[in-house]
Design a protein around this ligand. Structure first.
Ligand code: BGC
Length: 761
């Protein structure tokens, strides 16, 4: 069992000792965030070395800089600019001195050093005892949290105790805007395309005066984004003297053996804004927030945060009895999912959340297809704001469609922050136009589960119509295929197979996208005719969608009786797995893309994902055959793969396999399965573990207004219990290997269906 789990409880992960490799590794895992700001779980001391830290960044969701992409060889329509989430001034940093001697973990005499991440409360607590060279010693506790109640606030409390009176202690707080920020490994020559070096500071800063604290304005170099940061140190202890010198605050005091000395630090990060003239009002706003926070005091601000966390867990926890590692692993994943989601309708969820700079903070299809279901069924308000973000970038998506010579409709960017395409590699990037249907699918699911008609007949319809229009123009009716509607030159989810005709996943998703648009356009004829008019949806257009939908080509090999991943997949040679050494995985770091593309080899679930999503559309025997085939040629080099194979395994009765996949996915980041957790957590996989429990082991799906379940609780577990929200009901599901129990906790009576049998709740 992993040490973090062994030393912790069912709600905590605990690191014990001062091993630098361990501390460095846990920097990502111990990240705290609230969808707006995030800060990595780094040590506080400013002078710690690389040995203890991979990157100590603090990130703001959606705060990025741009820079032109340089291509060796340019072609029309290529993405023009990188968008990179950039580290902002880090307010964790702190120098601690005892009788003029600076604390240093490496050289100091340190005992009982531990750090605990409490998932229930979202608190990260560090404790240790330190004896300096004069044999004077103090006990130190540092607690930090990123508030949900005040989304701008990072709160820290430092507690110093000693058995001796009158030891002189000094704490020096600095907002490190004057230092180099970001990746410490900028010198490292790492070719991994999933990272991008962040060698230099990407913003300017200037002080804004305040009487009681330090306030700065930062602005990015090229993207012209602005933010205000306000750092404030307070102490109610009389013996503490606080002094502000330029950009630093020092707190000096003498120890008192009868009572600990407590110092609190609040740092407020405004939301990003794009007009520098708004700086004054942003600064005023932060002052108001800070004054409220200071009046309430640390304990009360923490209390409100804890209440918020309680509410989150009340709706979103999964209880799994019988396996401590899996229980904590699950909670860890849910905790990070919750931390990652933007909640303001202008930001989304990056593939790494706010826990690291991997993938430059970009938003991908990961959100809709892997993370969204968790929010949809447990935190629907957040689900809605994620969709509102997509709606907010529709203008950029329309523009992108025009660039791709599509006159109608919209094409969402494969990877983006500001809505514009930021993928510099089109074969395994921009060509993944399935993103359009993925977003439409999330919109449709949201409509089904929430019955939020106001959204569906406005923003929802905008998205469904614009994406449907895109498909109609991208594809064509192919006379060589009896007039079937085909989609050529696309890349499906599997990034080891690129630019193919009729990727099964893409075609099936496009078909669904068209059917969603048709359904809602027809409903709108009755309920929202004005909206239809505004969108200029005509009867003729509806007919075109229907024709394309009904003729959408889904590749199938009659002889092999297998679903084809695309037109060409079975014509390729199967990758020589037997002679591929272990160290050559992931293949993308060891083979030229074409070497990979010309083979039958999958990075991740593709056809199996399509079949899992629309499970009821297929015969069981077909699903089993396809699963067996594609599993053999899949490397799972993408972290998005295993959870899907696991869920499908549950559904087709391969329970042991389902269990094994689940074991890998649930502990992926804690055990660093992909060897790159240092760059941030794998948020999509975390969503995949929620889906594995609810849609895999419990077999839950929501079709035509009815909740269906086909539960199977693994024999290794005592019980499994979770809650879901559908149509204004809150339902608790409790499974054991031999029983099931459903309880309606809130809302009107409802009928659900378990293994074909109706149950009235
Ligand atoms: C996967 C993509 C995914 C991206 C971001 C890639 O490795 O192949 O499917 O969207 O990572 O998580």
């Amino acid at each position: 069992m992993h040490d973090l789990i062994k030393n912790g409880t069912l709600w905590t992960l605990k690191e014990v000792g001062t091993d630098s490799e361990q501390i460095r590794q846990n920097e990502t895992l111990f990240s705290l965030s609230n969808g707006h700001i995030g800060t990595r779980g780094s040590l506080e001391e400013r002078h710690r070395t690389q040995a203890y830290s991979h990157s100590d960044s603090t990130l703001m969701n959606g705060f990025y800089d741009t820079e032109p992409i340089t291509y060796g060889e340019w072609a029309y329509g290529y993405a023009t600019h990188h968008q990179t989430t950039i580290p902002v001034p880090d307010a964790k940093k702190l120098d601690l001195s005892l009788d003029d001697e600076l604390f240093d973990l490496e050289t100091g005499k340190v005992d009982h050093h531990s750090r605990t991440l409490d998932l229930k409360s979202g608190l990260l607590t560090r404790t240790f005892s330190w004896e300096n060279s004069k044999q004077q010693s103090i006990d130190v506790t540092i607690e930090r949290f990123v508030s949900y109640d005040f989304p701008e606030i990072l709160a820290q409390r430092i507690i110093i105790e000693s058995e001796k009176d009158d030891l002189p202690v000094q704490l020096l707080f600095e907002l490190d805007e004057l230092e180099d920020m970001g990746k410490k490994e900028s010198a490292e020559d790492d070719p991994d395309p999933r990272k991008k070096e962040q060698a230099e500071r990407r913003f300017d800063s200037r002080p804004l005066s305040t009487d009681s604290g330090r306030m700065i304005h930062i602005s990015t170099h090229a993207s012209d984004l602005h933010a205000v940061i306000y750092d404030h140190v307070v102490s109610r202890f009389e013996q503490v003297s606080l002094e502000r010198i330029e950009n630093k605050v020092t707190a000096s005091f003498q120890t008192d053996r009868s009572a600990p000395v407590i110092i609190d630090r609040f740092t407020a990060y405004s939301h990003k804004y794009s007009n520098e003239e708004d700086t004054d009002s942003q600064a005023e706003n932060l002052k108001e927030i800070m004054s409220e926070v200071e009046t309430l005091g640390y304990d009360e601000v923490k209390m409100r945060h804890l209440l918020f966390m309680d509410e989150f867990w009340d709706k979103s926890d999964i209880e799994l009895e019988g396996d401590q590692a899996l229980q904590i692993g699950l909670r860890f994943n849910l905790f990070h999912l919750h931390q990652a989601a933007g909640r303001d309708g202008h930001t989304n969820m990056s593939a790494k959340g706010l826990t690291g700079e991997g993938y430059e903070g970009h938003y991908f299809w990961d959100t809709e297809m892997y993370m969204f279901p968790f929010f949809l069924y447990t935190q629907p308000k957040i689900a809605k704001s994620l969709l509102m973000y997509r709606h907010s970038i529709l203008p950029q998506a329309r523009e992108r469609a025009r660039t791709m010579a599509i006159d109608n409709g919209a094409l969402f960017a494969w990877r983006t922050i500001n809505g514009e395409e930021a993928s510099p590699y089109y074969p395994a990037g921009t060509a993944q136009i399935h993103i359009n249907a993925d977003i439409a699918h999330a919109v449709y699911d949201y409509g089904k589960v929430s019955e939020d008609e106001a959204f569906m007949f406005n923003e929802g319809l905008d998205i469904l119509v614009e994406t449907a229009r895109f498909w109609l123009e991208w594809g064509h009716f192919d006379d060589e295929r009896d007039g079937a509607f085909v989609l050529n030159d696309v890349t499906g989810p599997d990034e080891y197979t690129a630019i193919v005709n009729n990727n099964f996943y893409t075609n099936l998703m496009a078909k669904k996208n068209l059917s969603y648009a048709i359904e809602y356009a027809q409903k709108a004829q009755e309920q929202a005719a004005d909206k239809l008019e505004e969108l200029h949806v005509t009867e003729d257009e509806l007919e075109d969608w229907k024709k394309a939908e009904s003729r959408l080509f889904l590749p199938y090999d009659e002889e092999k009786e297998l679903t084809m991943q695309d037109d060409s997949f079975f014509h390729k040679k199967v990758w020589d797995f037997e002679h591929t050494p272990e160290e050559n995985y992931p293949l993308l770091l060891n083979y030229h893309p074409l070497t990979i593309y010309k083979h039958q080899v999958c990075k991740q679930a593709d056809t199996v994902l399509a079949e899992f999503l629309f499970f009821d559309d297929f015969e069981m025997e077909q699903l089993k055959r396809d699963y067996d085939y594609y599993e053999k040629v899949t490397t799972h080099d993408s972290s998005l793969s295993r959870s899907v194979f696991g869920m499908m395994a549950s559904q087709i009765g391969k329970h042991e396999k389902a269990y094994d996949y689940f074991m890998d996915t649930v502990l992926m980041d804690i055990s660093d399965l992909q060897s790159n957790t240092k760059d941030g957590v794998h948020a999509a996989n975390m969503g995949g573990t929620w889906m594995s429990i609810v849609q895999g082991f419990a077999g839950m799906r929501f079709n035509d207004g009815t909740l269906y379940l086909t539960p199977h609780c693994p024999k290794e577990w005592g019980s499994l219990s979770f809650k879901v929200q559908v149509k204004d009901r809150l339902i608790q599901v409790m499974l054991t290997p031999s029983s099931t129990e459903y309880t309606l906790l809130e809302g009107e009576p409802i009928i659900i269906v378990e293994n074909g049998e109706k149950i009235q709740l």
